[in-house]
Ligand binder design. Structure first.
Ligand code: PLP
Length: 384
């Protein structure tokens, strides 16, 4: 038996069995599912850049000029000259000395954490951190201590008790991917300084969304001293790839030590060109960010009016906690039948008992589309 029958039975019995759903995009936030036109409230395409004309043109030109694939890893022969242009642009918006692009955000986190931490080091990790941070920490073989979500007192307790440990790394999401909350980065940066710990922040969802020119959560919160920052090109930037920013010294170290960079093929030229164009759009079309911000305010105000508590974070991730996984899927299916695509998120992606709809907003959503979703949510009995 190749598969573990018992695992399958367990997943199915607990409402946690996963299936893929064919999606045919027709625009940045519209598509077709099961032959039905839908408005997509479940993607991380926050600015609609997957379909921006400049981004598409750049990708087209690059595939014709340089071919479809990159042919090798970056250190062998796959380091298309577009990488250095992209990395300069990313370091620029983040206000860092240098940047290093990986093939995905997941790989960036694995590569960076395993390069910075090893046995005998201590990683302090927020309990709600993204799976890629958890996996990187596990792979590093460092000792991992998880602290209660956004609880700086708990974090400080662990730091105080482990002062003898030479190398401590605090790792946190900047914008929590399933809740949309911000981490208290200013307080965490202070603690890192006080206890001589390295701070690594994963800003996958803040990049392109928050701060000046989409510089991210740290810029939005006015926090300057974060030596290791992760971002992704796959969300607001509408392309694919992950990146780390920091000092030139850090970046050249990571280039030598990050196995997920060294042993994986470089990104295709079209993807790099698309990301370069997307960074330009961040700088030259700030109105996209503004429109996203207006949509976030509009939708959250609407939710509050129909009795949902959705917090005050200025992020496009809006969780509607439902509880049991079966019920969350039921609600998601009901919305789908009404032309709204908002996937149910279940354990282990979120803690047990907190299955939810994860609604994500985009600059491209129209008021009438958000109104329709609000009307549907009002008619559903979600026991809020
Ligand atoms: C999506 C995400 C990643 C992974 O990025 P990819 O580019 O999709 O691999 C990493 N960290 C966080 C917090 C994310 O939300």
């Amino acid at each position: 038996m190749i598969v573990k029958k018992k695992e399958i039975k367990n997943l199915k019995a607990n409402g946690l069995w996963r299936l893929l759903c064919d999606y045919r995009p027709t625009g940045p936030v519209t598509g077709v599912v099961d032959g039905r036109p839908v408005v997509n409230f479940g993607s991380n395409n926050y600015l609609g850049l997957t379909h921006h004309s400049l981004v598409i043109k750049a990708a087209e030109a690059a595939v014709i000029k340089y071919g479809a694939g990159s042919g090798a890893s970056r250190l062998v022969s796959g380091n298309n000259l577009l990488y250095s242009e992209l990395e300069r642009g990313l370091a620029g918006i983040k206000g860092a000395e240098a940047a290093l692009v990986f093939t995905s955000g997941y790989q960036a986190n694995l590569g960076v954490i395993t390069a910075l931490a090893s046995r005998n080091d201590l990683i302090l990790s927020d309990r709600l951190n993204h799976a890629s941070l958890i996996d990187g920490a596990l792979m590093s073989k460092a000792k991992v201590k998880r602290y209660a979500h956004n609880d700086t007192k708990a974090l400080e307790r662990i730091l105080r008790r482990n002062q003898e440990c030479q190398r401590k790394i605090i790792i946190t999401d900047a914008v929590f991917s399933m809740d949309g909350e911000l981490a208290p980065l200013a307080d965490i940066a202070l603690l890192a300084h006080k206890y001589d710990a390295i701070l690594m922040v994963d800003d996958a969802h803040g990049t392109g969304v928050l701060g000046k020119h989409g510089a991210g959560a740290a810029d939005y919160l006015g926090v300057k001293d974060i030596p290791v920052q992760i971002g992704t090109l796959s969300k607001a930037l509408g392309s694919l790839g992950g990146f780390v920013t920091g000092s030139t010294k850090l970046i050249s170290y990571l280039l030598n030590k990050s196995r997920s960079l060294i042993y994986s093929t470089a990104l295709p030229p079209a993807v790099l060109a698309a990301a370069i164009a997307a960074v330009d759009v961040l700088i030259y079309e700030p109105e996209l960010q503004l429109r996203l911000r207006e949509n976030i305010i509009y939708f959250k105000r609407g939710l509050r009016q129909i009795g949902f508590d959705c917090g005050l974070a200025p992020t496009p991730i809006v969780p509607i906690i439902i509880g049991e996984p079966e019920k969350a899927q039921e609600v998601s299916a009901l919305l789908l039948a009404n032309g709204i695509y908002a996937p149910a998120i279940r354990p282990p992606t979120v803690p047990k008992g907190t299955s939810r709809l994860r609604i994500t907003l985009s600059a491209c959503h129209k008021r009438q589309e958000m109104d329709k979703l609000l009307d549907l949510l009002e008619t559903l009995d979600l026991g809020k």
